[in-house]
Design a protein around this ligand. Structure first.
Ligand code: ATP
Length: 278
């Protein structure tokens, strides 16, 4: 998508001179940012600098103490609970504690939003879930129970669940946490390609500058209670701001397999499941 077409419609998320905090405590002051359709925006900053707080303001979980937050061109502070609910259904959110249902299979976890919020038949759900699991390299882990997968795999399942409804905004809090270097790189590229494919607006909180700078259109860095630097990854990279420089670190790599391997168990599970949804 070109910059021109990207900005032909209003930003999907816009913060204008926003101050955020809890009760009387201010966490971030006078911050402005925007996220456009088709863009990946990386939010970076030290631990406790207010990144998750920003995401909470975008979902209407907390209200701005000052300034305006608009989502889908509507002022979050003025939305009725119904309007807020409707806006949230257009968002996919993957919070740090985006826990999976441990008593359900990988497949059922990803199918959950479709079963709750769509009228899709089980046959359609099967194909959609397998497609999303395939995109995170876990199609052949669909039959496993959550207790049988690693923490990093669980993150990828949670990612598949966050995108299964093909949302217009995707908010990721630390999507790379707990991933090995190969999975991390693939997840970053996946986030970019999903954003391009779905044409959605993506915001990701991350400490991993190397990977996020490869895929982000815009980077916002918060620290010391306000916005420190913003711009394209190159602009932020070239910033002489000491906080920004402190975050830059090298990427590592290792011979780690991303794709979950084929197995007879998976094949049997899939044919049983396909029979069941006919
Ligand atoms: N519900 C809450 N009530 C009061 N204070 C909170 C609440 N949630 C977060 N805070 C405080 O707000 C500040 C910012 O927290 P936030 O979770 O937004 O930081 P963060 O940048 O996402 O951190 P991290 O990278 O460690 O996840 C912290 O000092 C935290 O203690």
């Amino acid at each position: 998508m070109t910059a021109e077409s990207r900005h032909s419609s209003p930003p999907v998320i816009r913060f204008t001179d926003v101050t955020l905090g809890y009760d009387t405590r201010v966490i971030l002051r006078d911050l402005s940012l925007e996220v456009n359709k088709g863009e990946v925006v990386a939010l970076i900053g030290g631990s406790g600098s207010g990144k998750t707080t920003l995401l909470r303001a975008a979902t209407g979980q907390i209200r701005a103490q000052k300034g305006t937050v608009t989502v889908f061109d509507q002022d979050v502070n003025r939305m009725t609970p119904q309007q807020l609910g409707a806006a949230r259904r257009r968002m996919g959110v993957l919070f740090q504690q985006g826990a999976l249902f441990t008593d359900l299979s990988v497949f059922s976890n990803v199918a959950f939003p479709l079963r709750e919020l769509s009228n899709d038949s089980e046959a359609v759900i099967l194909e959609k879930v397998l497609d999303k699991l395939d995109q995170v390299g876990l199609k052949r882990a669909a039959h496993l129970s959550v207790s049988e997968i690693s923490g990093g795999m669980a993150r990828r399942v949670a990612l598949a669940r966050a995108i299964v409804l093909e949302p217009e905004i995707i908010l990721f809090d630390e999507p790379f946490a707990g991933l090995d270097p190969i999975s991390l790189g693939m997840t970053a590229r996946l986030i970019r390609s999903l954003t391009d494919k779905l044409g959605c607006a993506t915001v990701l909180i991350t400490h991993d500058l190397e990977e996020s700078f490869l895929i982000a259109d815009q980077v916002y860095m918060v620290g010391d209670g306000s916005l420190v630097v913003s711009g394209t990854p190159d602009e932020v990279r070239q910033s002489d701001n000491s906080l920004a420089r402190q975050f830059l670190k090298g990427a590592s790599s290792g011979p780690v397999v991303f794709e979950y391997p084929p197995s007879d168990d998976f094949d049997r599970w899939l044919s049983r499941h396909r029979e069941g949804v006919k």
